[in-house]
Design a protein around this ligand. Structure first.
Ligand code: 6R9
Length: 644
């Protein structure tokens, strides 16, 4: 971005918190604490420490932070033992729903027993403090057990999306030098068993560091067996269920999670224990207003995404939540599966992604209308900017026009939610993540690092260290410095564009790498996409800047239409021009059946840019469904595009 980012979209709708929620809210003020460190100390005391810290924050060697220095705790103890010790052993921790319809109900006492067994088994396999364990699993309870058992013995997990290729998996195992891999024969996806073990077999051949592979039997399909393999039911199940959790240093590494970014080599984001758990736990309590005695919480993320780490495993369990965990896809065996699950378990808090919400919009209002969703009291969104129209649809058709929506901005790197409405306090605006949470100093700055005034756009930065911040990139401190701390001197650069509206609220505008430069104007992908999605014919849209001889870059839009409409691309171009101004009128609109997305649902604009500029496609290994690019290019060849 040369200058500021344009501020084009204006939104006047506002939604007050429901009175009942506000009255009993866990957090009743969004004011920034006068003493940030004292605030985080208070939040750290929500956890149980074996030894209190001596120093809250050591920032003497920025950007290498140490939080709660000298403190000691056990993450698994905080998620399990202390609840059981408090007499809550019979509370359901996980209502698990398999894709084929099989279910398991797991109490805190049962989850603790299983984690103790797994901890003993891992120790028996020679895994100890500081060792890395790779986890490549479907969405089954053993995935959470594996993470918690690894944490319990002070080892470090690296969860890899079940579904990544041999290359992606072996690269991550090798980079972390993992000595154990925990996997399953497979999981269920789209109505059929989907094997995982063959991918692990191939990957392990390339990774000499791996000593053993622990395999959960989920599908019962035949699997090849190697000398390194051990069945979970023959190793963990018979292990002793006596295990006393030892306390580890607050800065003991908890996990590495790889983000792909734009370059080929993924970055291993490293998180530690005390600060991470403090912020994951506090934000889950504050943003979701969790009442552990009565709420049934459901986060639809995969465990292989940071959202699954912080808001399925560590946040909810540290708070003693009862939650739903679902193995499969939203359209198996029918498109109402999510709503059926909400109805069945009387889910009160639902946390999902804009990509899912837009898909539900495309499938039609009548599907959720066929289920009883009256248990819901709060809705959350994460992963991408949520288009105002999708926000409104979510509120109306899922939230009965009553549930507050928390649009939560954060990253693998931030570890926990940073910018979000507080459901009992904030008057929300559809499409805005609103304000930094208490204790967080987020800002929008221009090229030179100066805060932009209200109404201005620029770069999102974090001015002060926060407890759950990444500590480094695994094995590559220099890349950590270069990627996040070199753009602005003393501030963390998030890589996202953002704007501040007239009231000072923050709107995320997409990755700065995706910003389009059209005739000297910096235009965000988000605003143009939201303008397209506000047209009744459009279900989803992705825009990219393609090289253009006259304007530098020109906007090319890829659009998925709502069911049953033909789609008049001229009308859509006109609609964007009318909504945002003529400068934003797409040069070209391509009607496509699908968009390329990552496993967490983020649109991969980089690949669409390759299509728009007629280049060969770049790296597609993190694509959720590799056949989609063929679908898109085939459709274009058969002439579904419209151009001036
Ligand atoms: C949690 C997660 C991080 C990137 C982030 C931003 C985008 C996430 C968002 C959002 C707008 C939100 N993002 N939440 N953009 N509004 N509420 O998604 O982590 O997978 O590391 O991605 O996702 O671009 O920088 P991660």
């Amino acid at each position: 971005m040369s200058d500021a980012l344009e501020n084009l979209l204006s939104e006047t709708r506002r939604f007050a918190p429901p009175a009942g929620l506000a009255e009993h809210a866990n957090v009743t003020s969004d004011a920034q604490p006068a003493d940030r460190l004292a605030f985080w100390e208070t939040q750290a005391r929500r956890l149980t420490w074996a030894r209190e810290w001596d120093t809250t924050l050591d920032w003497s060697n920025p950007p290498f932070a140490k939080w709660f220095v000298g403190g000691q705790l056990n993450v698994a103890y905080n998620c399990l033992d202390r609840h059981v010790a408090a007499g809550l052993g019979d509370r359901v921790a996980i209502h698990w729903e398999g894709e084929p319809g099989d279910t398991r109900t797991i109490t805190y006492a049962e989850l603790l027993t299983e984690v103790k067994r797994a901890a003993n088994a891992l120790t028996g396999l020679g895994v100890g403090q500081g060792d890395r364990v790779a986890i490549y699993m479907p969405m089954i309870p053993e995935a959470a057990v594996a993470m918690l058992a690894t944490a319990r013995i002070g080892a470090t997990h690296s969860v890899v999306f079940g579904g990544f290729s041999v290359d992606a998996l072996s690269g991550r195992i090798a980079d972390a030098d993992a000595k154990l891999v925990i996997t399953a024969d497979g999981g269920y996806r789209r109505g059929a068993p989907s094997a995982l073990k063959p991918t692990v077999d191939e990957a392990v051949k390339l990774c000499p560091s791996v000593e053993k592979v622990l395999v959960v039997r989920r599908t019962g399909e035949d699997v090849a067996w190697t000398g390194k393999d051990l069945w979970w039911h023959e190793t963990v199940t018979p292990a002793s269920d006596e295990h006393e959790a030892q306390a580890f240093d607050a800065e003991n590494p908890l996990f590495i999670l790889y983000t792909s970014g734009t370059t080929a080599k993924p970055k291993g984001i490293l998180h530690t224990t005390g600060g991470y758990l403090t912020q994951a736990s506090y934000t889950h309590h504050a943003v979701f207003d969790l009442k552990p005695e009565t709420d049934v919480y459901w986060c639809t993320a995969d465990i292989g995404w940071v959202t699954g780490h912080s808001y399925i495993v560590y946040g909810p369990l540290s708070n003693g939540a009862t939650q739903v965990m679902y193995e499969g896809t939203p359209d198996t065996p029918h498109r109402g599966r999510f709503w059926e699950i909400v109805e069945k378990y009387k889910v009160t808090i639902l946390y999902t992604a804009p990509t899912a919400i837009r898909t539900f919009m495309k499938w039609g209002d009548d599907i959720p209308a066929g289920f009883d969703l009256s248990s819901l009291r709060l809705l959350g969104s994460v992963g991408e900017p949520i288009n105002p129209e999708a926000w409104i649809w979510y509120r109306e058709h899922i939230g009965r026009g009553e549930c507050p929506i928390v649009d939560t901005w954060w990253q693998t790197e931030t570890g926990a939610i940073m910018i979000s409405p507080l459901p009992g306090v904030t008057h929300t605006k559809p499409g805005s993540a609103m304000s930094p949470l208490p204790g967080i100093s987020a800002d929008v700055v221009d090229d030179t690092g100066k805060s932009v005034p209200n109404g201005g756009g620029g770069y999102l930065v974090l001015r002060e260290p926060w407890p759950s911040m990444l500590r480094t990139i695994w094995g590559d401190d220099q890349r950590f410095l270069d990627t996040y701390w070199s753009r602005f001197d003393t501030m963390y650069f998030a890589g996202d564009g953002a704007k501040r509206d007239e009231d000072g609220n923050i709107w995320l505008l997409g990755r700065v790498d995706d910003v389009m430069l059209v005739s000297g104007h910096n235009i965000s992908t988000t605003e143009v996409e939201s303008a397209l999605v506000s047209h009744p014919d459009v279900a989803e849209a992705a825009v990219v800047g393609a090289t253009d001889p006259t304007t530098g870059q020109a906007i090319v839009a890829f659009v998925i239409l709502r069911g049953g409409v033909d789609g008049d691309t001229e009308a859509l171009r006109g609609h964007v021009a009318k909504t945002l101004g003529p400068i934003c009128k797409p040069r070209q609109i391509l009607i496509v059946p699908e968009l390329p997305k990552t496993r967490s649902g983020k649109i991969m604009r980089r690949l669409l840019r390759d299509v728009a500029e007629n280049r060969t496609l770049g790296d597609v290994t993190t694509l959720q469904d590799q056949s989609i690019m063929n679908l898109i290019t085939a459709g274009l060849k058969s002439g579904t595009s419209a151009e001036d």
